[in-house]
Design a binder for this molecule. Structure first.
Ligand SMILES: Nc1ncnc2c1ncn2[C@@H]1O[C@H](COP(=O)(O)OP(=O)(O)OP(=O)(O)O)[C@@H](O)[C@H]1O
Ligand SMILES: [Mg+2]
Length: 364
């Protein structure tokens, strides 16, 4: 009976991973008692938008292929996946490290990184946010932590920095450790050391996602991060204007260079449109339209979201209340949907590399 049920369930594919749920190991703890079948369906992203669809497909498969009178009880669960890493490092408790980057300054990297981290945590994932902008840290302002200092303790001769917890996430920034102007005089090697400390000496604990807010440009920090840290993937931010699109193209090219070579999950278009409060259904594309789509089709990437201008929330944002935490259902929905797509793409990438690894093992 158990085999029959597993066989029936192997007809159900995960629509993102394009493999059947039995092969993917998503069916667990299957029990049969009288005419009641119970199992856990372990999805690879928190709050998977397709969960009801997959659950119904499971029930249908069992009813059609095994017995229509069985009572099927599907317990939906999630377990964020990770990629096998070669380094046994201080970051091994972190499943996925996602950098938010753009070649251009001021397009909203920090805004996207902060709201993405909070959205992932709202979806039920353990999430951290690391501000890698050493010269211009913005996390203390974005999270309203300008006067907060983290606890630092010693373990042997090693410093352990405890991240600050706010809005459900663990956050760390050089701006939480030193005065705002101090880092401006640092030179290259000091930056690398500071970044290493921010990643390695912080007690991140177990995280499903660590979102890294990158500085603008294509400089040293990118090389350091990409080469020394186990970055899982990158999310690229742009705005619709052609100048932004041109700079963003440069940073996509950079992540594709052999020396860096990091997978790109897709493109987020920020400041995409404006919806006046009195006409919430209408969208005005004041900076033009199609920038993200143009890049996406050029490089074969996904568009992960179009985020509106949130002028009306700016005052609170400046005071350290991120847009997603404010009472605006439309904006909150946009951020949650973006986070769902990012989690989904991360899971697809993890599954693809796991399958590639299996193939490689078989080939050897
Ligand atoms: N969708 C938006 N609507 C309104 N204001 C926004 C939006 N996105 C970002 N901003 C504002 O624009 C400014 C720049 O955004 P942000 O700091 O996120 O950009 P950045 O790309 O991280 O900049 P930098 O290159 O300096 O690190 C901030 O004041 C932010 O609050
Ligand atoms: Mg920034």
């Amino acid at each position: 009976m158990k085999d029959k049920i597993l066989q029936a369930l192997s007809n159900v594919d995960d629509p993102d991973l394009k493999k059947d749920i039995v092969t993917l190991g998503m069916v667990q703890d299957l029990t049969i008692e009288d005419n009641k079948v119970t199992f856990r369906l372990v999805l690879t992203t928190p709050a998977c938008p397709l969960k009801e669809m997959i659950k119904n497909a499971c029930i249908n498969a069992i009813h059609h292929l095994v017995d229509k009178d069985l009572e099927v009880n599907v317990i939906i669960d999630s377990m964020v996946t990770t990629q096998k890493r070669t380094t046994g490092d201080a970051l091994s408790g972190i499943k996925n490290i996602i950098a938010v980057a753009s070649g251009k300054g001021g397009v909203g990297k920090s805004t996207v990184a902060t709201n993405l981290a909070i959205a992932l945590s709202m979806m039920g994932a353990e999430t951290g946010l690391l501000d890698a902008d050493i010269y211009g840290p913005s996390l203390p302002t974005m999270l309203g932590l300008r006067t907060t200092r983290p606890d630092v303790s010693k373990q042997g001769d090693k410093m352990i920095i405890n991240p600050i917890e706010k809005y459900g996430i663990k956050a760390m920034s050089v701006g939480l450790l030193i005065d705002e102007k101090q880092a401006l005089v640092w030179r290259g090697p000091m930056i690398t050391t500071a970044l290493r400390q921010l990643m390695m000496d912080v007690a991140w604990g177990e995280l499903d996602y660590l979102v890294v807010d990158m500085p603008p440009g294509t400089g040293d920090i990118y090389l350091t991060l990409a080469q020394q840290f186990p970055l899982s993937a990158v999310v690229i931010v742009t705005t619709p204007q052609q100048v932004a699109v041109a700079d963003t193209r440069k940073s996509i090219e950079m992540f594709r260079m052999p020396a860096i070579s990091k997978p790109i999950l897709g493109i987020v278009e920020n400041m995409s449109y404006f919806s006046p409060a009195e006409l919430p259904g209408s969208k005005y594309h004041i900076f033009g339209k199609g920038g993200a789509e143009e890049l996406a089709s050029e490089y074969g990437l996904q568009v992960l979201g179009h985020l509106p201008l949130f002028q009306s929330l700016a005052e609170e944002v400046d005071k350290g209340v991120p847009a997603i935490m404010q009472d605006n259902p439309m904006i909150k929905t946009e951020f949650i949907q973006m986070a769902e797509r990012i989690a989904q793409q991360m899971a697809v990438l993890n599954a693809t590399s796991a399958l590639a690894e299996v193939k490689e093992t078989v080939a050897n």
